[in-house]
Design a protein around this ligand. Structure first.
Ligand code: MN
Length: 237
């Protein structure tokens, strides 16, 4: 199937809200059943904010390696038949290879989904209102999220998540950890995440992580973020 056509189908089912009606379907998938997914758009779709070569290496090399190594680390173990969500909820008792590669596999699927070509997605007035009510203003939300991304020391991620009371919060995690893991400082269901490993931006931005973080606002898929938010809040009601 033509890649662009396939992407449109994926994007429209996500926008229609079928993809995140409950818990993220990927979290309900067992380790043995996990598939390496298509990128939901061509490598050059996020230009000029995220460049084609970065996307190609990030997806086909880094992400693929996390996936392959996650399968290897879980094969023949009790984790094989566990869902990825259950593995994350007990990650502290499993080997580092599962934490690093399972997190790496999941986080990148999540990351591709929460981006889309610049200009293809804008935030809905309803969701903007929710963010404004929680953080005071959109500028303040962007500042706090941006600070979490820019100040994460070394490799990691910044997240916007929903906690068990349905409240939004911003956090960052080291390496390939995420807020779904039992060892996260603050646990919750992520709805937006940015990869701040150097491999996510170095080819285009070199050491200028703040420039990458600022540019990245142009390629957020707000429809996916809002769908994830609605699904996460529902589970806390
Ligand atoms: Mn990455």
């Amino acid at each position: 199937m033509n890649t662009k056509y396939f992407s449109l189908i994926v994007l429209s089912s996500v926008v229609a809200g079928q993809a995140f009606a409950g818990e993220d379907p990927l979290l309900k998938t067992t380790a043995a059943q996990a598939q390496f997914p298509e990128l939901p758009y061509p490598y050059d779709a996020l230009e000029p904010y995220v460049d084609k070569m970065t996307m190609e290496i990030h997806y086909s090399k880094h992400h693929k390696a996390y996936y392959d190594n996650f399968l290897k680390a879980t094969q023949g173990t009790e984790m094989e038949k566990m869902t990825i969500g259950d593995i994350f909820r007990q990650i502290s008792k499993f080997p580092a290879a599962v934490r690093n590669n399972g997190g790496g596999f999941y986080n990148h699927v999540f990351f591709w989904q929460n981006m889309s070509p610049a200009g293809s997605s804008s935030i809905s007035p309803a969701f903007e209102k929710i963010l404004t009510a929680r953080f005071g203003s959109m500028d303040e939300f962007r500042k706090q999220f941006g600070d979490a991304a820019k100040t994460r020391f070394g490799s990691g991620w910044a997240w916007l998540s929903v906690d068990d009371k349905g409240e939004l919060f911003i956090s960052s995690t080291p390496n390939q950890d995420n807020p779904l893991m039992d060892l996260a400082d603050k646990k919750g269901t992520p709805v937006l995440g940015i990869d701040v490993w150097e491999h996510a931006y170095y080819l285009k931005y070199q050491n200028r992580r703040p420039d990458y973080v600022e540019a990245w606002w142009k390629v957020i898929n707000w429809q996916v973020v809002e769908q994830r938010y609605k699904a996460a809040v529902k589970t806390t009601e």
